[in-house]
Design a protein around this ligand. Structure first.
Ligand SMILES: [Zn+2]
Length: 451
């Protein structure tokens, strides 16, 4: 089959198959859809092709008829939102299966992050963003390393690449790379550098680049750092991201370090860290009290099931959390997770929920394939509070899109006939490296996917 031309920048009109979750609930599948992207990169219109006569094109800010690109049989989906990954760890992806968290950190993560200076970030970040786009991720929420210049390099690479990114400098004042520095000096420096980065990058390019204040987790941070970092996030309107209740040894260590706290969640609560701009990665092992408190405060959850299985951390009771009203998105957690693809994460998540049902009798309903797709796109947008901008293919949103070639998922037959839930199921359970053929943020094509 000849390869369709790929639009590079807006405006354009796509003729394509379409599968998208809808903000109001449910999903939309069109065998033959028309998507108009205006010159600002916004989705002006989504219609069935026969309802959407191209004669309207060219009027007002609409694309001219010659900018119609027929991508069929490729499917347009919303770009995926990876709510949790670690940029410096990407070269370790696939290493360390089954190690406990604190051993894995010492063996694979801290040595790599310790060397992640500006030059290392300049080498890695452009390729990392290309690799994310190549698997369909158009928004990435990332931890950097502790060094400010490497964060500037990461933001510069994201700015040039075009991906939507939320990035933060890792803060640690208890476990620190240079133990000769007093804790207070590390805290003060880390806060000042984070504030500098917020000033330079938070909200850049009309909000495409955003900052997350990033204390690593309670084991590596003092109560002072947790409290001061949360105050910085609040004062600047940036996000606050950290890890919560990933692993049994980690939880024991938090109880030892914070003996007055009710539980792990309470450590962050006392620091003023819970709320709608806060993203907790993992959150696997929680009491009912903790789940209720997270829901009450609107705190967001980055669910990383591939990582949780890879590091034998545990199985997050997703059904229980959704029932409690928690807002949940998906995270690759590379390199705790081995794979950047959120489709692979959905697959791991679905197996995890099936396992909970089979082995522990969990009675919550299993998510359907389209619901998993929705968690990876619209769910991630909701984690970021960006659901009015991204996460689904609907008029008025910014055109963060991916084009997927479903035929690559099972090359022995023509899959152009799969629709709706069957199509979603094939994309999740048969996802392959050549599946994503194009990715756009605000209608601008991202480098990475191979058409
Ligand atoms: Zn992580």
């Amino acid at each position: 089959m000849s390869q369709p031309p790929i639009p590079e920048r807006p405006p354009f009109i796509l003729r394509c198959r379409l599968l998208t979750p809808l903000a109001a609930g449910g999903y939309r599948f069109e065998r033959d859809a028309r998507i108009d992207v205006d010159e600002t990169g916004r989705i002006a219109r989504v219609a069935g092709w026969t309802d959407g006569e191209p004669k309207a094109a060219g009027e007002g800010g609409a694309p001219a008829p010659h900018q119609v690109v027929d991508l069929r049989p490729w499917v347009i989906l919303p770009g995926m939102v990876d709510t949790h990954a670690h940029l410096p760890q990407l070269p370790s992806a696939g290493l360390g299966a089954g190690l406990d968290l604190l051993t894995w950190l010492e063996r694979y993560v801290f040595p790599r992050e310790r060397d992640f200076d500006r030059a290392a970030a300049e080498r890695l970040a452009p390729r990392a963003f290309g690799a994310m786009a190549a698997v369909g991720t158009t928004t990435a929420v990332l931890y950097g390393a502790v060094y400010q210049p490497s964060l500037d390099a990461a933001f510069e690479a994201a700015e040039a690449h075009g991906i939507r990114a939320v990035i933060g400098k890792v803060m640690m004042d208890r476990l620190r790379y240079d133990p000769t520095l007093p804790q207070g000096v590390v805290l003060e420096t880390s806060l000042r550098q984070s504030a500098d980065l917020i000033g330079r990058w938070h909200g850049r390019d009309g909000g495409r680049l955003l900052y997350a204040v990033t204390p690593r987790f309670a084991v590596s941070c003092t109560a002072d750092m947790l409290r001061e970092s949360a105050a910085l996030a609040r004062a600047t309107g940036s996000y606050w991201q950290t890890h919560l209740a990933e692993d049994a040894h980690e939880i024991d260590e938090v109880h030892r370090l914070f003996p007055d706290a009710l539980d792990y969640t309470d450590v962050y609560d006392r620091a003023g860290g819970l709320g709608e701009r806060s993203i907790m990665a993992h959150a696997i092992h929680l009491s009912d009290r903790e789940v209720a408190r997270l829901a009450e405060t609107g705190t967001r959850i980055a669910h990383c099931p591939a990582s949780n299985l890879f590091l034998a951390s545990g199985t997050m009771p997703l059904g229980r959390y959704l029932e409690a009203g928690l807002t949940v998105g998906l995270g690759s957690d590379v390199s705790g997770g081995p794979d950047l693809s959120l489709f692979a994460v959905m697959r791991a998540g679905a197996y995890t929920q099936s396992g909970l049902r089979a082995m522990r009798g969990d009675a919550h309903p299993l998510l359907s394939p389209v619901e998993w797709l929705g968690l990876g796109s619209l769910g991630g947008a909701r984690v970021l509070g960006l659901e009015d901008r991204i996460g689904s293919v609907e008029a008025g949103k910014e055109a963060d899109l991916i084009a997927v070639d479903a035929a690559t998922t099972l090359p022995i037959r023509d899959l152009a006939d799969d629709e709706g839930e069957d199509l979603a199921s094939r994309l999740i359970f048969r996802a392959g490296p050549a599946m994503v053929r194009g990715a756009w943020v605000r209608g601008r094509r991202l480098e990475g996917p191979v058409a």
